[in-house]
Write a protein that binds this ligand. Structure first.
Ligand code: PDD
Length: 291
């Protein structure tokens, strides 16, 4: 079966799907994106992801090119045409195609819209073992709250993790505080059993998965704090884990050369992972009128 991508109003063979060489996403990383999980034929947290896409566009003054309903229909069609039952759908909107010039193009330039979908098995085996995180210096711009495709620092960080056999790279500021992972939010469980993740008022992307886990904590009576935590505190933690649409809850059992807890995924991370989808928003693919 051939993969299909959506590009600016057309469904095309993935292999032949292109945007123009002067697309501002390509030349300036002047584009935003979302990654939404598809689990067992259901769209996970579509509302949260589409809300955040709208926010990212508005922060960058990119005109939202499609209504929520239209995005919902195309998203479903891309997933359907690629026969994805478990996987992800990727949505990217750039400011559009215009002769190269740093300043924004004149009004009327249409944003470019690309959607792709792919199969991805839930990472249950990896979660059973837990993964390692390596640390990297926080060197990104201040607006990491906007989900832009300007991810070169994140790519370099993830490459370091990959080369060191790690699952993720954690950004650490000059004063020793953990911000987030290269493509995930970072969490610890303190010795007293309190979940801690950085506040989303700066320094991190406000993860949709993170939001669901915080809601779970409230519903389950699990103590949590949204505050900065240091690498030193993480070393001493009972558990650590990361959250994202592609990892859900992934236990971290080692940070650099320090083993976390007993070196195995902890109960809290395991429980949160197990319960996650019963707390997330799940919408069937074939009921677009529900959006
Ligand atoms: N990344 N922080 C960063 C830097 C991220 O790139 C991501 C997600 C998250 C978690 O966000 P969410 O829970 O909404 O997925 C936090 C996606 C998965 C990616 O770039 O592929």
């Amino acid at each position: 079966m051939s993969r299909i991508a959506y590009v600016n109003g057309q469904y095309e063979l993935h292999a032949d799907a292109f945007v123009h060489v002067e697309d501002r996403g390509y030349q300036f990383a002047d584009a935003v994106y979302e990654v939404c999980e598809i689990r067992n034929g259901l769209i996970v947290d579509e509302t949260g992801h589409m809300d955040r896409l709208g926010r990212s566009l508005s922060e960058l003054e990119i005109v939202n090119p499609m209504s929520r309903q239209a995005f919902g229909l195309v998203l479903r069609e891309v997933v359907r045409r690629n026969l994805v039952k478990d996987g992800i759908v990727y949505i990217q909107v750039s400011r559009g195609v215009s002769p190269r010039n740093h300043a924004f193009p004149p009004a009327g330039v249409r944003p470019s819209v690309v959607l792709t979908a792919k199969h991805m098995k839930p990472k249950n085996a990896a979660a059973q073992k837990g993964g390692k995180a390596v640390t990297v210096p926080e060197n990104r711009w201040e607006r990491v709250d906007i989900k832009t495709v300007g991810l070169l620092s994140n790519c370099i960080a993830k490459e370091k993790a990959t080369q060191e056999g790690a699952y993720e790279a954690w950004y650490v500021t000059d004063d020793g505080m953990v911000t987030e992972g290269s493509s995930s939010n970072a969490w610890i469980v303190t010795k007293d059993g309190v979940l801690v993740t950085r506040q989303a008022t700066g320094g991190i992307l406000k993860g949709i998965t993170r939001g669901v886990v915080l809601r779970m904590c409230k519903q389950m009576g699990q103590r949590f704090e949204e505050r900065a935590f240091s690498l030193e505190e993480a070393f001493e933690a009972r558990e650590a884990f990361v959250t994202s649409a592609t990892s859900i809850v992934m236990p971290i059992v080692q940070i650099d050369d320090r083993v976390i807890g007993n070196g195995h995924p902890g109960n809290t991370s395991i429980e949160l992972r197990k319960a996650f989808h019963s707390h997330a928003e799940l919408v069937p693919l074939h009921q677009p009128w529900q959006i």
